[in-house]
Design a protein around this ligand. Structure first.
Ligand SMILES: NC(=O)c1ccc[n+]([C@@H]2O[C@H](COP(=O)([O-])OP(=O)(O)OC[C@H]3O[C@@H](n4cnc5c(N)ncnc54)[C@H](OP(=O)(O)O)[C@@H]3O)[C@@H](O)[C@H]2O)c1
Length: 231
């Protein structure tokens, strides 16, 4: 079978690191990326110690020159890119009346504009081989059908990433580049906190499943626990 190259963002800890682990276990060639080189390399070494093989590249998703460097790295090293998991994210705000513009900007740049720029950079590589899988890590907090109070910047960002999923999937229809959103549930990570109900293994499972969908699989959909959910 063709070697598959999948890039995961924000992968030095939490759900992103676990996505890398599960993909590497499947024999996928994983490019683990992080904004802190030290933390990313340390995280990669923990996976390598358990016998897994991975590659590393620095990436702050808000730094568009680093996105261009990542693209050059993929072309030089592998000549291709088969998948992108937009996992990096921040959760910066609380109550509606306390949400500052700075938090809004940081949230949108990380959770929306970064993934958008990454798709623009890497989809051309996928098109060359008529193969691609894009997974946008969204959240139940971005579901319009179940919108509640608080976390307005975070909610807007996750609804917006869902829009990117739908628009990109529509533009790529028939090209074997499948684009989907997923909600990991409430997961025990630095973001989710110790009181969360799910393990990182559970949180990563649906993203990994979407990252290796067979040809003809779903596109432009929103999933949780491998089942389609409402936007
Ligand atoms: N945990 C939950 O309950 C939950 C629920 C729904 C959705 N999610 C989503 O799941 C994804 C992963 O979250 P998590 O729970 O694993 O959180 P986490 O442990 O806080 O990890 C977030 C990751 O994103 C990285 N990141 C933040 N800003 C970045 C940037 N500008 N460039 C590159 N990386 C950046 C962080 O890097 P640093 O270490 O450098 O900060 C970290 O690696 C996020 O998109 C989150 O919104 C999580």
């Amino acid at each position: 079978m063709q070697e598959r190259i999948i890039v995961v963002t924000g992968a030095n800890r939490g759900i992103g690191l676990e996505i890398c682990r599960q993909l590497a276990l499947k024999g996928i060639t994983v490019v683990l990326t992080s904004r802190s080189v030290d933390e990313g390399k340390k995280a990669m070494e923990t996976l390598q110690k358990s016998g897994l093989s991975l590659h590393y590249h620095p990436l702050d998703v808000t730094d568009h020159s680093q996105i261009a460097e990542l693209k050059d790295f993929l072309i030089e090293k592998f000549g291709r890119c088969d998948g992108l998991v937009n996992n990096a994210g921040v959760f910066a705000d609380g109550a509606f009346f306390e949400a500052g513009l700075d938090e809004f900007h940081e949230t949108m740049e990380t959770n929306v504009y970064g993934p958008q720029a990454l798709c623009q950079a890497l989809v051309p590589l996928m098109k060359k081989n008529s193969y691609g899988r894009i997974v946008n890590i969204s959240s139940g907090l971005g579901q319009l059908s179940d919108m509640g109070s608080g976390y307005v910047a975070y909610r807007v960002s996750k609804t917006a990433i869902n829009v990117i999923t739908k628009v990109l999937a529509a533009e790529l229809a028939g090209e074997n580049i499948l684009v989907n959103s997923m909600a990991p549930g409430w997961v025990k990570t630095r973001m989710g906190g110790a009181g969360a109900t799910r393990s990182v293994e559970e949180g990563a499972d649906t993203a990994v499943w979407l990252a290796v969908l067979p040809d003809g699989g779903p596109t432009g959909k929103f999933f949780k626990d491998r089942k389609e959910i409402a936007w």
